[in-house]
Design a protein around this ligand. Structure first.
Ligand code: G3P
Length: 219
C-alpha cells in the first residue's frame, strides 16, 4: 500500500520524507491556500523534494477548455506530477483527451461507485473517493472503498484506488482492510496512526526492568 501525505506543508513533507514511508503528496486548492508564497514555486519544491514520489496537483480553472490547458501547464512543473481533476461530467471529454496526451490523472471528489467505474473505464491512474465527506453527512464512507475495490478487480481495471478525505486512524484501518492501493493521510492523522500507547508502555516497562540489573555492557 502506498502512503501519500494530504498536505502542502513543505516542512511536514520534509520531516516525513526522512521516515522512508511516504510515496507521494496530494495537494488541493485548500491546502495551497493555507501555504504562504507562490503556489507554483511550492508545487515545484514539493515535486523536487520527492523525486520518486507521486505529487497530485489540482486544477483551479472551471471551464473545460481552461481546465485542459491548465492541466497541461501544471503537468510541465515536474515529471512526477499527477493532475487532479474533479469527477464532473463537464470534464469527461477533456479527461479522455488528457489521457490520450499522456497526462497522468487523479480524479478527485469521487462519491459513487458509478463515478469510479466511469473514470476507470477512461483509464485514469487514480480515483479518489472521499470517505470523510460521506461520514460528515452520516453515511458510512468506507463502504465505497470496499465497493470500488470489488468493481476494479471484477472488471480488471488498472486504475488505482486512492482513499481520500481521511478523518481518523479508523479510516486508515478500513482503507487497509478494503484493499486501497493508496491512502492519502493528513499529517496529524499519520502522526497519531504511527504511535501506539501499548508500544510506549511496553518500552517503558522493558526499560524499567533492564535498569533494575544496573549498568551492564550489552553486548
Ligand atoms: O485531498 C483531498 C481530500 O483528502 C480532502 O479531504 O478532509 O477536505 O474532506 P477533506
Amino acid at each position: 500500500m502506498k502512503i501519500f501525505l494530504d498536505t502542502a506543508d513543505f516542512k511536514a513533507i520534509e520531516t516525513w520524507k526522512e521516515t522512508g514511508l511516504i510515496d507521494g503528496v496530494t495537494t488541493n486548492p485548500t491546502h495551497l491556500s493555507k501555504a504562504k508564497g507562490d503556489p507554483t514555486k511550492l508545487v515545484q519544491a514539493i515535486a523536487k523534494a520527492l523525486p520518486k514520489g507521486v505529487i497530485s496537483v489540482e486544477v483551479t480553472e472551471k471551464k473545460p477548455d481552461a481546465v485542459y490547458k491548465q492541466a497541461k501547464a501544471i503537468a510541465k512543473l515536474g515529471k512526477n506530477i499527477v493532475i487532479k481533476i474533479p469527477c464532473h461530467a463537464d470534464y469527461y471529454g477533456i479527461i479522455a483527451k488528457l489521457i490520450k496526451d499522456g497526462v497522468k490523472l487523479n480524479i478527485t471528489l469521487v462519491f459513487s461507485l458509478v463515478q469510479a467505474l466511469l473514470m476507470s473505464k477512461l483509464g485514469v491512474q487514480y480515483i479518489s473517493p472521499f470517505v470523510g465527506r460521506w461520514d460528515d453527512i452520516d453515511v458510512e464512507g468506507v463502504e465505497l472503498l470496499y465497493n470500488i475495490r470489488h468493481m476494479l478487480d471484477e472488471y480488471g481495471y488498472q486504475t488505482q484506488l486512492l482513499a481520500a478525505s481521511i478523518r481518523g486512524v479508523r479510516h486508515f484501518h478500513e482503507a487497509i482492510m478494503a484493499g486501497a492501493d493508496v491512502i492519502t493521510v493528513p499529517v496529524e492523522i499519520l502522526e497519531k496512526a504511527s504511535r501506539h500507547v501499548l508500544t510506549d508502555q511496553g518500552i517503558e516497562k522493558f526499560d524499567a526492568d533492564w535498569k533494575k540489573i544496573g549498568i551492564r555492557k550489552f553486548p
